[in-house]
Write a protein that binds this ligand. Structure first.
Ligand SMILES: [Fe+2]
Length: 297
């Protein structure tokens, strides 16, 4: 295993692993691991073609959330909704195949057959600051994020967080300012918008929930991040910092294309049918593994 922790293992805080070995993604099952960031040593050629198409606005996917969908439903949606673009006619197929491999990876590790798929192309903005992603109550919490193009995703180590209470204080203020700014936009009150922009910027400059505010890390574009989503019933509570990955999309730079997939069914419906064996895990050396027939990039 080539994974290395970016912070010491501290009881109750969790750790974040960075690795160039896809097999390490399975280490998210360890209760002390909050996120695993797999950075492929080399990306397939089509990534640069996709980046150019996204940058030019030809590969455009509107913000989409598909709840409780199966592998086959996701496949059908991708085929019917992803744009056909690029110099090679295969770009859509490459992207689709890659996303389906991510779905298969989530299925393999969680046993889930229903998923939440979130995808979009977007220009970075200041709508969203540091936050945690959530899953429905009692769902398997391991989600996957892949940013295909644009700047990567910023995150902080759990050991750098003073407390979840401090984090939620920041998040509550930021969400309130965001709502007020949205109202000011609806009111076409430019002065109020500018004032709220400034206050949001100041809040994001002084990250009061961090012990070391300058210590921000980035999961680069192309990486696959397997990370803990928070059970939504715990959101806003004073839970352990190990339970969710605190992260933030970039607020400037070129357009991004990303996909986020998480299980979308309660653990109770999974326990009776954990249908994938460990040898089915992506990266397994078992040649008959279903996942070994899928691209590992
Ligand atoms: Fe997120």
């Amino acid at each position: 295993m080539s994974a290395s922790a970016t912070n010491p293992r501290l009881q109750g805080e969790g750790e974040i692993l960075r690795t160039q070995d896809a097999r390490d993604l399975g280490r998210i099952e360890d209760p002390t691991v909050q996120a695993v960031i797999y950075v492929p040593p080399v990306l397939p050629d089509w990534f640069s073609e996709l980046a150019a198409e996204v940058e030019a606005g030809r590969f455009h996917v509107p913000r989409t959330i598909l709840p409780k969908v199966s592998y086959e439903q996701i496949k059908k949606w991708l085929v019917y909704n992803f744009p056909v673009t690029g110099d090679t006619s295969n770009l859509r197929e490459f992207v689709t195949e890659d996303i389906l491999a991510l779905v298969d990876r989530i299925a393999a590790i969680s046993g889930a057959s229903r998923f939440m798929l979130r995808t979009l192309t977007s220009i970075p903005n200041t709508e969203c600051g540091f936050h945690v992603d959530t899953v429905p109550p009692a769902a398997v919490p391991w989600g996957l994020l892949r940013v295909y193009t644009g700047f990567g995703t910023a995150y902080v180590n759990p050991s750098n967080v003073t407390s979840m209470a401090d984090f939620y204080r920041y998040l509550g203020r930021r969400e309130r300012l965001g709502r007020e700014r949205a109202q000011a936009r609806r009111d076409e009150d430019l002065g109020r918008c500018n004032e709220l922009d400034e206050r949001i910027q100041q809040l994001d400059k002084r990250l009061t929930f961090l012990r070391r505010p300058d210590e921000i890390h980035v999961a680069p574009a192309g990486s696959i991040v397997q990370f803990k989503h928070l059970d939504v019933s715990l959101h806003w509570s004073s839970h352990s910092t190990s339970l969710a990955w605190i992260h933030c999309s970039p607020m400037s730079g070129g357009p991004r294309f990303l996909v986020n997939i998480s299980p979308d069914e309660p653990v109770s419906s999974l326990s009776a049918r954990r249908k994938y064996r460990r040898s089915d895990m992506p990266g397994s050396t078992d040649p008959n593994s279903r996942s070994n027939r899928l691209p590992l990039k």
